[in-house]
Design a protein around this ligand. Sequence first.
Ligand SMILES: C[S@@+](CC[C@H](N)C(=O)[O-])C[C@H]1O[C@@H](n2cnc3c(N)ncnc32)[C@H](O)[C@@H]1O
Length: 268
Amino acid sequence: MNVIEYPLSLKLYKYSCSLLSKIQAALNVIFAGFWLGILNRKTLQLADRIFYDNDSMYQDEAYNRSGFWDWEVQAIQDYFESSKKILVAGAGGGREIYALHKSGYQADGFECNPNLVEFANNFLSKEGINSQVKIAPRDTCPTFNQVYDGLIVGWGAYTNIQGKQHRIEFLKQMRSQVKNQAPLLLSFFPRKGNNLSYKLIALIGNLIRSLPWAEKIELGDSLLPHRIFVHYFTKEEIEYELNEAGFKLIFFANDNYGYAIGVVIENN
Ligand SMILES: C[S@@+](CC[C@H](N)C(=O)[O-])C[C@H]1O[C@@H](n2cnc3c(N)ncnc32)[C@H](O)[C@@H]1O
């Protein structure tokens, strides 16, 4: 291979490109920390509501008919073979419920965004699918008065829930609706360690939230480019939250999008 000698101008250009991306990354960290400090739980939840109201994808019939992602197909095949009736959280416009029915399962769901609930129920009934999607306040699971034999926290929902204790309570409420040893599929944004960016976001956010009664930012909290709240999880966090809610972690993947399988620990 011929080696080309870089002229000085190109060397400077290359250097300034890498400097620019470092400045952009630093600004993103400051931006996320600052706004996570300023915006409280209520306003972050309103931002989430506005985002999903305006993202046309989730209210698009073709998208909701598009089926499972590859990793969902794998998880359903490997762990939900003996399940028949599944409860789906964060059901959005009904994508997972539609895909479950097409694969021979019965499924109900719940969702916190009223426009998505309305869309999902219309869409599913138009498709001749007998299923109910209930409205539920954020971070909560409504009572269905049924015993399910599998649980799915729909794509994107767990990562959007702010605060470990809220997430654990949410999982506990879901757990109360299934039988012993039932599987749970949980997906999330993965984080491989506690790198400096996450630490700085939490530091800046918590400096602003230093009043004793203010809810604190957790390590791994961030804002996506479209500015909705997300939490990035380590394996230890997923395992801890599952255990606290009464599930045993039996599978964990964090290659691209993260997902985990838990099973209900039997009540004595
Ligand atoms: C990325 S969307 C995915 C929707 C659907 N699971 C899908 O795959 O098409 C994430 C969903 O999580 C819901 N969500 C956001 N924050 C939530 C919270 N705090 N509690 C429960 N659900 C939440 C949103 O309303 C949205 O429907």
